[in-house]
Design a protein around this ligand. Sequence first.
Ligand SMILES: CC(C)(COP(=O)(O)OP(=O)(O)OC[C@H]1O[C@@H](n2cnc3c(N)ncnc32)[C@H](O)[C@@H]1OP(=O)(O)O)[C@@H](O)C(=O)NCCC(=O)NCCS
Length: 211
Amino acid sequence: MKNIVIIGDSGHAKVIVDIVDAHPDMRVYAKLDDKYDSQFIEDGIIKAPISNIESLFNQDATLKVILGIGMNAIREKIIMTYDLSSEVFVSLIHPSAVVSPSARLGVGTVVMPNVTINADSLIGDHVILNTGCVVEHDCVVGNFVHISPLAVITGGVHVGEGSHIGAGASVIPGVQIGKWSTVGAGATVITTIGDRETAVGNPARVIKREG
Ligand SMILES: CC(C)(COP(=O)(O)OP(=O)(O)OC[C@H]1O[C@@H](n2cnc3c(N)ncnc32)[C@H](O)[C@@H]1OP(=O)(O)O)[C@@H](O)C(=O)NCCC(=O)NCCS
């Protein structure tokens, strides 16, 4: 049995719990969140501030960790703050997801129900592929990206580190999306989006550029 520690205990973590529960060889062992001041047990699950992670590993070095936080920048901050080796992270794939045998997934990535990842796509670390999204063939998805429910990135699209593709958005083949950018819900992206830009609409237009 793999004991899973979820970092984060809000909405996104609830969906992660369902994915863990869909695997008979895994169980949720602890949920760590800085909304908790001290450690306690609720319904058989340890709840504690994130800084308790070290003491949990001292008790059980076989624990596996997943980041249950939807905000890309906060997932990155947790990785920068806590000195956890990449081997402690588990990737979670819901049994209903379809993942090509030639696709590659990094560590700590979550693949939610009804996701499709097609041939030769490369998915980075601590990525969220949210419910029902499609990553077509030959895509490259950077670390800490979140592709929201029902979004479609078509063949050969590159999504840079930390970017967020909104719910139901579409990106046409071969388009590049920069780092830490945002594509609004329902957008249709037909041209390159730069780093730290926000684009919305059909066709998508940049409405914000951050330095
Ligand atoms: C794109 C987005 C991040 C912009 O948020 P924001 O920076 O707070 O921007 P604002 O709400 O101030 O909107 C700025 C303008 O863009 C428009 N706009 C915002 N989101 C839009 C969208 N998805 N499609 C079309 N227009 C949009 C607003 O109407 C507004 O237009 P105006 O200046 O003419 O009034 C947000 O609206 C969005 O779509 N987020 C995706 C959420 C999502 O899919 N989450 C999934 C979680 S699982």
